[in-house]
Design a protein around this ligand. Structure first.
Ligand code: EPU
Length: 302
């Protein structure tokens, strides 16, 4: 979708919004897949309600883009503009055991920065790509921990009331790769309460998680992490592997040889290929195991 109205274009700088015409989502997502649309980069949280009123009043559909690391976007001209927060500086402020983090902060850098200040707990998340906001929205987790356990406060734009609110951690439910936020709520900032630990101890945990990840996941390849959620008591990766589907492909969309729940873009895969591969694998798992795998990856198909 293109923003062409001069009235809207001229209102954007006053709202602290930078307009990038014709952004390619294939360059903004870790899968390297996705079509073209206008991108609005937001510098001031406070201006979000006015910006969204302006877009709604002019019939411009929108979606919030985080780090693009758990996302499969459709091909071609996209029917929504993308909204993305510009990272604030400093993006992490520490006060005792509390870390106040901008939603646009890089997750890995945040974990490392906290570690250097003797704040641990998030070692498992090292190597998970994306922003802190994205990790929060999905309740990212690995190696027995999840980010939701450390959340004490969240600043969020709530689409329902068209306003910015601050929620306490206990007002939000965090489940396996799911939170109680509405799909069009936009994470703005979070306060984490992290346990004190000596840096060396945290570093050791980080090294162990890094090593486990390196040995079992296709880190250098274009992917969106795990495609499916694990069904209760089972592993989607193991089931797909047991069906002999490693290397199975549709065009350049391929089941990773290293971890069968990672689907990689091995060249010039488009969304159509990746969606066909997902549907095919889901169907094979359903037939073999009578289990309907649920997507973990967020899909914005056109
Ligand atoms: N396995 C196979 N073949 C495979 C992949 C896995 O046999 O191709 C087996 C493993 O040997 C292991 C079991 O399946 O016995 C579980 O595998 P793994 O330890 O890799 O964990 P996972 O359940 O596949 C989950 C998360 C990952 C997270 C890891 C580590 C989900 C969907 N996935 O994977 O998160 O990194 O545990 O804690 O919950 C993500 O969220 O995108 C993600 C990658």
């Amino acid at each position: 979708m293109r923003i062409e109205s001069p009235r809207i274009v001229s209102a954007l700088p006053g709202l602290g919004v930078e307009l990038r015409h014709g952004a390619a989502l294939s360059e903004l997502t870790s899968l390297g897949i996705g079509g073209i649309t206008d991108l609005l980069r937001i510098k001031k949280h406070e201006a979000i309600p006015d910006l969204l009123n302006l877009l709604d009043a002019n019939g411009i559909a929108h979606k919030f883009l985080g780090g693009g690391s758990n996302l499969l976007v459709g091909d071609g001209e996209l029917p929504w503009v993308m909204l993305q927060l510009v990272r604030r500086e400093p993006d992490v402020v520490l006060e005792g055991n509390f870390a106040r983090v901008d939603a646009a902060a890089d997750l890995g850098r945040t974990v490392t920065f906290c570690a250097k200040n003797d704040l641990g707990g998030m070692e498992g998340l090292i190597g998970v790509p994306g922003t802190v906001g994205g990790a929060l929205r999905m309740n990212a987790g690995a190696y027995g921990m999840q980010i939701g356990s450390y959340v004490r406060e969240v600043k969020v734009y709530r689409a329902a009331g068209c306003k910015i609110e601050t929620l306490r951690g206990n007002q939000i439910s965090f489940e396996y790769r799911h939170t109680s936020f509405a799909p069009d709520d936009m994470m703005l900032a979070v306060t984490l309460e992290l346990p004190s630990k000596p840096f060396d101890e945290i570093l050791q945990g980080i090294r162990i998680c890094n090593e486990k990840r390196r040995s079992s996941q296709p880190l250098g390849q274009k992917s969106a992490g795990c495609i499916f959620k694990n069904p209760p008591g089972a592993s989607a990766g193991r089931m797909i592997d047991e069906l002999g589907l490693k290397g199975h492909s549709v065009g350049d969309a391929r089941v990773s040889d290293r971890h069968a729940n990672f689907f990689v873009n091995a060249g010039k895969a488009c969304a159509k290929d990746m969606l066909a591969l997902i549907a095919d694998v889901r169907e094979r798992v359903r037939k073999a195991y009578e289990v309907d795998l649920e997507n973990e990856v967020i899909v914005w198909s056109v």
